[in-house]
Design a protein around this ligand. Structure first.
Ligand code: SF4
Length: 385
């Protein structure tokens, strides 16, 4: 064996090792996101690996009235790499944007999957569905989005509407809604629909919905808007890193002022974080690098129903919302609420500690698995929170 061969082998081993570590890290993050204890990590790893081995669940990803931003978001999931996640751990059988096949071959593949996995398919839908004029404003391979969905519906186990367009109609539905766009829940009647809104949806949340299914063999608990409770139970305002500034009455008043440079709260330049439910502040985008508020832009409330019409103009105070009352508070809060600062800083510190601790635990498991003792860790299984 030449030196180059040895080096190549070494490289392969290192890559495998890295993937294994990344995989355990991913399982750790999923445990935190799903509200499970660290001891659930080996169980998650086994469930995901078993699903990969058995080729279940089969996942079909459809694109309708959208910009493919959710696909973009998904391909930048924190860990593992999208190739590993899609090809090794989840059976993604049809995705118009990512699959190699195109045209007739792609459509044939869709038919094969419907036949082969009927009743076991999770259908991910990205984009709104136009209903005006028999839905002619969005067609794929000569069929309207409605026809495609109606054909797939009997074969599906469940539907996941990723992104605000698929969940609630989003931007295509914005006034005057020229194509009669609606969210998936208005089309699918006989199968469960899970909404993962966001523009784009958070990639870790999309993965966590799938992981929840392979782990517990059932779909996650949903709120009244069909959103998974594990991800949409808190307002962005509750976990935002700028919250201490809100509580201290320190606000950005224009995007080039002293407060903007200091990272003050963006509420007075239109932030909708106090009325928006999502995990953005805790689970960021682009390999966990950042999210809009961190980069200095107010939250637009993009994961809320009809945000485009309800929250416009985007760079002004939130219009008065029944029962909300943050506007009056924001103007007075600096005078009275300094005590809260410690609490919110504490909440951030706690969150960071939980994630870090899960990651450390996952790293340890990966090392033990490499030494051949990883299986014993799996005996200590966690339950659902
Ligand atoms: S108003 Fe916006 S920027 Fe300010 S703390 Fe809340 S979510 Fe963060």
């Amino acid at each position: 064996m030449s030196a180059i061969d040895v080096l190549e082998k070494l490289e392969e081993r290192e890559i495998e090792e890295l993937n294994r570590r990344e995989f355990f890290k991913f399982c750790g993050r999923m445990a935190v996101l799903l509200g499970l204890s660290q001891t659930a990590i080996p169980r998650i790893a086994r469930a995901v690996e078993k699903a990969a081995r058995d080729g279940r669940p089969s996942v079909i990803w459809l694109n309708f009235q959208d910009c493919a931003g959710n696909t973009e978001s998904f391909t930048r999931a924190t860990a593992p790499s999208v190739g590993e996640a899609l090809l090794d751990h989840v059976s993604l059988d049809y995705h118009e944007v990512l699959m190699a096949a195109a045209g007739h071959r792609a459509e044939e593949r869709l038919k094969e999957v419907l036949k082969e996995y009927s009743g076991q398919i999770i259908v991910v839908v990205e984009g709104a569905i136009p209903t005006k004029d028999d839905g002619i404003y969005c067609t794929v391979a000569g069929r309207t989005a409605i026809q495609i969905l109606k054909e797939i519906e009997p074969h599906a186990l469940a539907f996941v509407a990723v992104g605000t367009c698929a969940a609630f109609g989003g931007i295509p539905k914005a006034n005057p809604n020229p194509t009669g766009a609606v969210g998936l829940e208005r089309i699918i009647r006989s199968k469960p629909v899970i909404n993962v809104p966001g523009c784009p949806a958070n990639p870790d949340v999309i993965m966590a919905v799938l992981v929840h299914y392979v782990l517990f063999n059932r779909l996650p608990e949903l709120d009244a808007q069909r959103r998974p409770k594990f991800a949409f139970g808190k307002k962005i305002h509750d976990t935002c890193e700028r919250r201490p500034h809100y509580d201290a009455g320190q606000f950005v008043l224009s995007f080039d002022d002293y407060g903007a440079k200091q990272g003050y709260c963006l509420y007075k330049v239109g932030c909708k974080g106090p009325v928006t439910y999502n995990v953005c502040a805790a689970w960021r985008w682009n390999m966990d690098a950042s999210w809009p508020v961190k980069s200095g832009h107010p939250c637009l409330g993009c994961s809320e129903r009809d945000f485009w019409d309800r929250y416009y103009p985007f760079y002004e105070h939130i219009p008065k919302t029944g029962g909300f009352g943050v506007e009056a508070r924001a103007d007075d809060i600096g005078k009275v609420a300094l005590g809260l600062t410690g609490l919110t800083v504490g909440a951030h510190a706690l969150y960071t500690a939980v994630v870090k601790s899960a990651e450390r635990f996952a790293e340890k498991l990966a090392s033990k698995a490499e030494e051949g003792t990883g299986e014993s860790e799996g005996k200590d299984e966690g339950g659902e929170a």
